[in-house]
Design a protein around this ligand. Structure first.
Ligand code: MC0
Ligand code: CO
Length: 134
């Protein structure tokens, strides 16, 4: 089962400008900045109640974020849900006919194992599963 709405991922062109804007909007500073080499992204995280806002900027032309922003405007890029057992949820979703974008869980930001579900199989929304690494 997918439990908490873990984060909303927002694709941004200028990470510093977006961080300043969200700091004003949310009335608080981000709690974390992290480069995720495997995804070629720089991230900035804000805690909002039990959930988070993840600002994402691509760091290479091949980054999913750079490719996305080549075609689309800045905005919500993905919706991430928390799971207790990512391998079990991947198997369940696969059996339900969802297309997973990685065969094995991979290292995400903020101490998480993650897996992405193709937007074509999820009503046009890129979905991320996140399991906390203890
Ligand atoms: C750090 C980590 C974390 O939180 O821990 C993160 O979040 S990293 C976040 C960044 N990493 C990721 O997103 C990894 C997973 N994403 C991917 O593998 C890719 O971005 C795909 C979603 C498969 C799309 O890549 P692809 O090369 O196929 O791009 P494409 O431009 O040809 O897109 C194929 C179709 O999918 C649509 N499409 C692409 N990205 C989309 C998105 N974010 N939401 C909704 N639709 C999307 C395009 O409009 C296009 O539709 P049409 O065919 O109708 O034109
Ligand atoms: Co994310």
């Amino acid at each position: 089962m997918l439990t908490n709405l873990e984060h909303l991922g927002l694709a941004v062109k200028d990470l510093e400008a977006a961080t300043a804007l969200y700091t004003k909007l949310l009335g608080q500073e981000p709690y974390k900045r992290e480069h995720v080499a495997s995804e070629a992204v720089d991230t900035v995280f804000f805690q909002v109640g039990g959930s988070k806002i993840e600002l994402l900027a691509g760091t290479s032309p091949e980054s999913a974020i750079t490719r996305y922003l080549d075609k689309k405007p800045e905005g919500i890029h993905h919706v991430a849900f928390e799971v207790d057992d990512i391998r079990a949820e991947m198997a369940r979703l696969r059996a339900e006919g969802f297309i997973l974008l990685n065969e094995e869980p991979k290292q995400g930001a903020d101490n998480k194992l993650v897996c992405f579900v193709h937007p074509k199989s999820a009503n046009g929304v890129l979905v991320e599963l996140c399991q906390s690494i203890q």
